[in-house]
Ligand binder design. Structure first.
Ligand SMILES: [Ca+2]
Ligand SMILES: [Ca+2]
Ligand SMILES: [Ca+2]
Ligand SMILES: [Ca+2]
Length: 448
């Protein structure tokens, strides 16, 4: 008798796991278990549900309202001119960004490189998506890359900056004082290595942080084209943290990465390495032990920035890329099994983009994307408005509204539609544009 009551209770509770879906405007929502053409309930007791929207002819899907989905497949990012949100300026050229919660208040701040005046700036997030900038390091000779890692384990991320044009040719470490300040501690040097970009990570999972470094020689007295054309002695290798200092353990590839990032899916996962290899315009991911598997994510032109981050929170790490010229900021969605989607264009600014960073910059719980335009000397971000496909996990309950709007520009929709074919055209033109275009004023010291 008691058993029966328990079963009945369990069954009753299970029925309550559902999505309370409202549809506004004209369109339908296809869930895993059913399709709704008007407002409906979708049960989540048996399995998770992926909601895919389909607008009626002459209508389009603008996004979800109500409670946040548990995760998504893809995101919606408005990127018109008025959607550009300022982070701050970089008088020496906006080169690289690193997301770091400087003061441990739970809100993402940023640190950026201002290249030709040798400065590193912090951009402290006030919590409402606006920033206060401050120069925290001056007088570096060509600070080419930066990363963060809590080196001394005090709960605050410390800052690492490589100085490309110096006799020391090393990576400088600045310890976070907990108040948004960074105090110089020491410089790490590496034999036969001139670090341009790098990442601090425990690469071999022995609980001691190591360095993954892209090293090369190059002429920095001209523009980006001069630099790229002059690259030699390039290698990407990892240096193991040993009692006798850092030892080059393995050369992962004989390539030059202008930007390098790493990602660990979980504490015990082998880190993956992401590279923007500018010479061939390639974006690549090195995975498995000692980076032996190289996955070519894309091959376009002037690949400058690349960052890992799971923007739609579905457990598959995604990639943000910045191609310098032609200038395009793009996303590649992780599909699992080391595969990525085709390039999804986020924005095509007029000036070349360089930096790439993920973070929730407007503090609304959705992960946003930040970039920088080198010659415009500014960093900015685009705020993610929500997920594209909405995933509600098993036994999760929430109320959602799918908003469809009438496409007023339906007759003059050529602009939207031409996006795809323009991209295709650029694929064809790229090798030419890269050679011809970069020589002229691009990343030039003269613009300083
Ligand atoms: Ca620390
Ligand atoms: Ca280690
Ligand atoms: Ca993802
Ligand atoms: Ca956000």
């Amino acid at each position: 008798m008691i058993t029966l009551i328990c079963l009945a209770t369990t069954h009753f509770t299970a029925l309550a796991f559902n999505i309370d879906l409202t549809i506004e405007g004209q369109g339908q929502v296809e869930a895993t278990s059913k399709t709704c053409t008007s407002s409906c309930d979708i049960a989540t007791a048996e399995s998770s549900q992926t909601l895919v929207t389909k607008a009626s002819p002459g209508w389009y899907f603008t996004g979800w309202q109500g409670q946040k989905c548990d995760m998504g497949n893809g995101v919606i990012i408005p990127t018109e001119n008025q959607d550009v949100r300022e982070i701050g300026s970089a008088a020496g050229g906006a080169k690289s960004l690193e997301t770091i919660d400087i003061n441990n208040d739970g809100i993402d701040d940023l640190i950026g490189i201002s290249l030709f005046n040798g400065k590193v700036n912090s951009y402290e997030n006030l919590g409402d998506g606006t920033f206060i900038s401050k120069t925290i390091i001056s007088d570096l000779a060509y600070p080419s890359s930066l990363d963060s890692y809590d080196w001394n384990n005090d709960g605050y991320k410390d800052l690492f900056v490589t100085q490309f044009n110096s006799d020391g040719r090393g990576i400088k470490m600045y310890l976070n004082d907990g108040n948004g300040g960074f105090v110089y501690e020491k410089t790490f040097t590496f034999e036969n290595t001139r670090p341009y970009s790098f990442s601090v990570i425990d690469y071999d999972l022995d609980s001691r942080p190591d360095f993954v470094i892209s090293s090369f020689d190059a002429n920095t007295n001209g523009d980006l084209f001069t630099l790229v054309e002059s690259i030699e002695n390039e290698k990407i290798s990892w240096f193991k943290n040993t009692d006798q200092g850092f030892k080059e353990q393995q050369i992962i590839a004989e390539k030059a990465a202008i930007t390098l990032d790493t990602y660990q899916a979980h504490e015990n996962a082998i880190p993956q390495i992401l590279t923007a290899e500018i010479q061939l315009g390639e974006i690549a991911v090195y995975s498995n032990e000692n980076g032996k598997d190289r996955k070519l994510v894309s091959s376009k032109w002037a690949s400058y920035g690349a960052a890992f981050g799971d923007i739609d929170e579905n457990g598959h790490v995604d990639i943000l890329t910045a191609h310098y010229k032609p200038s395009i900021l793009s996303l590649f969605y992780g599909l699992g099994e080391g595969e990525y989607s085709k390039s999804v264009n986020v924005a095509r600014p007029e000036e070349g983009v360089t930096a790439t960073a993920f973070g929730d910059f407007n503090n609304d719980s959705y992960i946003d994307v930040a970039t920088g335009e080198f010659n415009n000397k500014k960093f900015y971000y685009y705020a993610t408005a929500g997920f594209d496909q909405c995933i509600v996990i098993k036994s999760s309950s929430l109320a959602l509204t799918a908003i469809f709007k009438k496409d007023e520009s339906a007759s003059s929709d050529s602009e939207k539609k031409s996006g795809g074919s323009l991209t295709w055209l650029l694929f064809v033109l790229v090798p030419l544009l890269f050679r011809q275009g970069l020589g002229k004023g691009a990343l030039s010291k003269k613009n300083n």
